[in-house]
Design a binder for this molecule. Structure first.
Ligand code: AMP
Length: 506
């Protein structure tokens, strides 16, 4: 039987699945491709025993482990829809997701089972099993008791493989429905674009409830029969120690900034690596430059989102331009349009980024109106990201549409102001936000992390006035110890807006 996504694994199995390592965990345990086949088969069979039918959702809020990966693959093979949940979600949030998705099974951490059981029951999920960071729990036991030889449930390209809820910084979190082909086609595109082969050894220190760690990283490795060094969390010292044994790493920008603080980072330790990838949040041009200076490697930055998988990537061969996310990937159409008129804009003009391709999701779970509102009649998806395409076809992201500041009737793109601030001596990083202002509607406000040698507020404002049009200049600079970030390293501007909401109120 053909199972579109799992066929990607089958057709790319290494020549010797018993000898070849798929996952090596942080403690040195090696799990082969033969183990992957058997263990995912056992999970698929166990899901059937627990009453999961093809098309049913399997919600999982569990810590990262190799067993988590086999459960994901088991769900795919059973024809179920895998639904990972951020481990930081509280019981109230879990309640929302379970009520919305109505999974046939909920798998959670053993330590949370007592608290979450009544929540799941209240939300209508009858069956609950557990899986811990150590790979143990009643879900793993169900797999132990199941037959590892499993005939994959037939699934076509358009059948759903997963639902990933968007982080939802505004309004309700939405379930992005991803088909077998959304995931399989993107894995193949990235395999080619980034030249992954079975020889690759990928450092995997990302969380697995998010598209980056779950799909980009794992599916690309599966599409080559390569190996992952699979770490429970990102620890810069551990990553550095493993670097000489790896050929590639995928990370969020904070991985790179934190590794740069390690004195041991040098060209020798990174000598065996052929590719460093960054995504999920903007990589500062400064980090790109510092990384190149310290290791000799140009980080390859790419752009994607939960709903679309990966859309653009800097080239493997060719210029990896700091501060850009590169041209559209093969098979993906990217355009920039005027948000008001919808007219496609000329190169260099800033507008709304829209994308179309086999990577783009099937819509939001049980939200047909929301889905309809975010797709154009010609099939393009409105990303919500503002950006431009330069003369060389490289995409530049200037921020989320909702982060656009409108001050005295003028549009201000935070990124432009942040770039100027970040270039000032002593500034580590900045986030520019709009806050309610009695005269201007919104006042441009700079939240800045700086060393003691940075200029004080008044002087910083004076310097910026010489570099930016007056309306773009911050009205105030607020110094903070650090910027609030989510698990993927994204600066949470909504949190900053709430924290500083009263700044211009009398
Ligand atoms: P998520 O759905 O959590 O993966 O978030 C997707 C969003 O992250 C995108 O819509 C962008 O706003 C942002 N993003 C992802 N990659 C990049 C990047 N390389 N540079 C800037 N923003 C990015």
């Amino acid at each position: 039987m053909s199972n579109h996504l799992f066929d990607l694994v089958r057709t790319n199995l290494p020549a010797d699945p018993i000898a070849k390592t798929f996952i090596e965990t942080g403690d040195g345990t090696r799990l082969s491709y033969a183990h992957l086949l058997a263990r995912s088969g056992a999970y698929a069979a166990a899901l059937g025993t627990l009453g999961v039918r093809p098309g049913d959702r399997v919600a999982v809020q569990a810590e990262k482990s190799a067993e988590f990966v086999f459960l994901y693959l088991g769900a795919v093979r059973a024809g179920a829809v895998f639904l990972p949940l951020n481990t930081a979600y509280t019981a109230t949030e879990v309640d929302y997701f379970l009520s919305d998705a109505e999974p046939a099974l909920f798998v959670c951490d053993p330590a949370k089972a007592e608290a979450l059981e009544p929540v799941a029951r209240g939300a209508g999920t009858a069956t609950i099993r557990t899986l811990g960071a150590d790979g143990l729990g009643s879900m793993a036991e169900a797999a132990d008791a199941a037959d590892p030889v499993f005939a994959d449930v037939a699934r076509g390209p358009d059948d759903l493989a997963a639902i990933l809820y968007t982080s939802g910084t505004t309004g309700r979190s939405k379930g992005a429905m991803l088909s077998h082909d959304n995931l399989a086609s993107n894995a193949l595109t990235l395999r080619e674009a980034w030249r992954f082969t079975g020889e690759d050894v990928l450092i995997h220190a990302l969380p697995v409830f998010h598209t980056h760690g779950l799909f980009v990283a794992i599916n690309v490795v599966l599409a080559t029969g390569g190996t992952m060094l699979f770490l429970g969390k990102f620890d810069p010292k551990q990553v550095l120690a493993l670097m000489p044994r790896a050929t590639a790493m995928m990370g969020v920008p904070t991985f790179y900034t934190r590794l740069l603080r390690e004195p041991g980072l040098n060209p020798e330790i990174a000598g065996g690596i052929r590719l460093f990838v960054s995504g999920s949040a903007p990589l500062l041009a400064e980090t790109h430059r510092d990384w190149q200076a310290r290791t000799g490697h140009a980080i390859l930055e790419r752009y994607g989102m939960t709903e679309t998988n990966m859309n653009t990537s800097n080239p493997y061969a060719g210029a990896r331009v700091a501060g850009t996310v590169g041209p559209a990937l093969p098979g993906v159409a990217v355009r920039v349009v005027d948000p008001e008129t919808g007219a496609v804009l000329e190169p260099e003009a800033v507008g709304m980024i829209e994308v179309k391709g086999p990577n783009v999701f099937k819509g939001y779970w049980r939200m047909p109106e929301k889905t309809a509102a975010e797709f154009k009649a010609d099939g393009f998806f409105i990303t919500g990201d503002l950006g431009k395409i330069d003369g060389d076809g490289y995409v530049h992201i200037v921020g989320r549409g909702k982060d656009l500041i409108i001050t005295g009737g003028y549009n201000v793109y935070p990124k432009e102001v942040e770039n100027e601030i970040d270039a000032l001596p002593g500034v580590i990083e900045s986030a520019v936000i709009g806050l309610v202002h009695p005269d201007f509607g919104e006042g441009v406000t700079a939240i800045v992390v700086a060393r003691p040698d940075a200029a004080p507020e008044a002087e910083m404002l004076r310097i910026l006035e010489a570099r930016l049009a007056r309306y773009k200049c911050p009205k105030r600079v607020v110094f903070v110890e650090e910027l609030p970030r989510n698990a993927m390293g994204k600066v949470q501007k909504n949190v900053l807006r709430d924290l500083h909401a009263g700044l211009y109120r009398a």
